[in-house]
Design a protein. Sequence first.
Length: 469
Amino acid sequence: MTRATADEVGTTKPPVGRFRRWYSTLHPSLQLIGLQLWLPLFFIVGFCLCYIAAFHAPHPHDVPIAVVGSSSAASSLQSDLDAAQPGVFDVRSYDDLDEAEEAVLRGHVAVAVDPADSRISKASAHQYQVSALIPAMLTPVLASEGVTPVVADLAPLPAYDEYGTVSLYLMLAWCIGGYMVAMFIGLMGAPLRHRTRVTVIVVGAAVISLVTNLLAGPVVGAVQGHFGELALLGWAWIVAIGLAVNGISYFVGRFVALPAMIVFVFLSMPASGGAYPAWFMPQPFAALNAVVVGSGITEMLKRVLYDVGPGYGRGLTMMASYAVAGVVLMLVGKRWWEDRRVRRIVEGRTTMFADAQNANREFLMAERDEVLARHGLVSTDTGSITTLSDEEREALEREHGHSHSATRSPAGRPRPSDQEAARARAVDVDSDRGDMVLGAPGGLENEELSTRPVRVVRAPRSPGGTDQG
């Protein structure tokens, strides 16, 4: 395609549909509002389908239970539990108590049962809901076998985190902070270079991590110690999440909040295990526990704070995976975004949002000029605001058909007062009055703008006719 052909194609805007033509007749500000209302609607739908659906009736299923002893003892207990509560428990045998309790601390099993000592071992710091509910469900079954168990807490929660929710809310703060930093980059920083975008993410992650841990620790008192570890961990996770959302933003543009909130908030929080473990959650949240960032963050937080959970390997692997995926999407997405942008420019296509922004900008400029004119002021091409001389103001009024040089019209009728003339000029900016709710097609409202009179001090003029100073 030659340059002339490209220019010719680029200057011809393709036809738009009937709805878009109608929508463009609305007030520009109303257009912008309407084009953003998908976000609250999406938030409500996501909240209902993810949070309410996940948490309205959590029920234990396939909860792993460690039994110290032979496999026959485990099979016997499994049969008794299935008879009392089918499908709830999955009994596994361990050779000794130490091995079984280590599995409890690492979160591999909910509790450990030692029939020889009549003991149930739990770890409240890893999962408070499990430690409170499962022993209560097991006790009646064991009592029917003549065993009265004693419950031992291997990792009790401290008083400042009585229900073990600190890790959940720290995870939420890091997830929301990470995706929001990258979301605003995607919304307003599309032309920026990779290193600039990554720098914003890295610096923003450091600020968010420091603020979060300062507030959670020294200010609120929900965390005692571990400040350096938590600050570094929070920074790394926020960077990983930010890189992932940054890569996604090239493909979805201003709708980046949609996939970001689905992946890092709506799915991540219910599937994280922070509120309820995967053994209590319905599908697909139980299955997503292995891949969502919330799971990796909460398990690493529990390891730092209370020395429970599976360790750091799983979380670091998950963190690196999201960061690498974000870098790949960033490298591929930048080229895809540039190619798509060139095609849109050459074809002369625009978006409804861009058209609404341009219309709103023109409306605000016209509104500004109208307000200035009412007070005898005018904006120049350079952006400065000057006072109109009497001659310039009369010429401007004659141009609008509102000369005040005489008090009566040629036909002898009284001329309108200054206030009436100002009101007439405000209405005459757009002769098409439009609808009282939706506004005029040109964007200007029908009602007179409410402005406060301002005092204009005119600078003395030099003998040459120019303003001094």
